[in-house]
Write a protein that binds this ligand. Structure first.
Ligand code: AR6
Length: 182
């Protein structure tokens, strides 16, 4: 059973899995590069699964800056949309905490603008970009909890963690944010 928490009518869900295997969500988030091209990790998996139409659609939208988010179609993915977020490179793009939070916030903004009801996020910046997972998890979850009351169309936000150890870190972060005095 995935860990879930509902706040202001928005369900937050944590699970282990692959971001390209979430057919029941309307939008998946890409941990993108500035050029919105394929790459390693999440970006490689998303572009491989989406097919060449995705890069054709992203080309005129690039480059983007850390903290920005742009929306495209899902092409051959089972999802209607991809929301591409450029996270900060840890230790280079500063202030990295704020830029990471802005990435989550802007992704949710794009979702709202397009009437999207469900979004799945990977752990942006925690792979090639080197952001430590525990603080990144707190930022991702706190930003989501803060944004929830203002969301109209988004009612499910899923965090898809590739590794069991990252899932544990997210579960601990969500537990402590839910009961900050515990
Ligand atoms: N599903 C879910 N999570 C995944 C998957 C997957 N298929 N693959 C990797 N992860 P990263 P970043 C996890 O490197 O740090 C790319 O090359 C991974 O274990 O994908 O934002 C781009 O082109 C890690 O926890 O994203 C950019 O240049 C997390 O997803 C750069 O890397 C993010 O890892 C972006 O770096």
């Amino acid at each position: 059973m995935p860990m879930t928490h509902t706040v202001a009518g928005v369900t937050i869900e944590l699970l282990q899995g692959n971001i390209v295997e979430q057919p029941d969500v309307e939008a998946v988030v890409n941990a993108a590069n500035a050029q919105l091209r394929t790459g390693g990790g999440v970006a490689g998996a998303i572009h491989r699964a989406a097919g060449p139409g995705l890069v054709e659609e992203t080309r005129p939208l690039a480059p983007i800056h850390p903290g920005e988010a742009v929306l495209t179609g899902g092409h051959d993915l089972p999802n209607a949309y991809v929301i591409h977020v450029l996270g900060p490179v840890y230790g280079r793009d500063e202030p990295s905490d704020e830029l990471l939070g802005a990435g989550y916030k802007n992704a949710l903004r794009r979702a709202e603008e397009n009437g999207i009801s469900s979004v799945a996020f990977p752990a942006i910046s925690t792979g090639a970009f080197g952001f430590p997972t525990a603080p990144a998890a707190r930022i991702a979850l706190q930003t989501t909890l803060d944004a929830a009351p203002a969301l109209d169309s988004v009612s499910l936000i899923r965090f898809v963690l590739f590794d069991q150890s990252d899932l544990r870190i997210y579960e601990e972060a969500l537990s402590s944010l839910r009961s900050p005095n515990a």
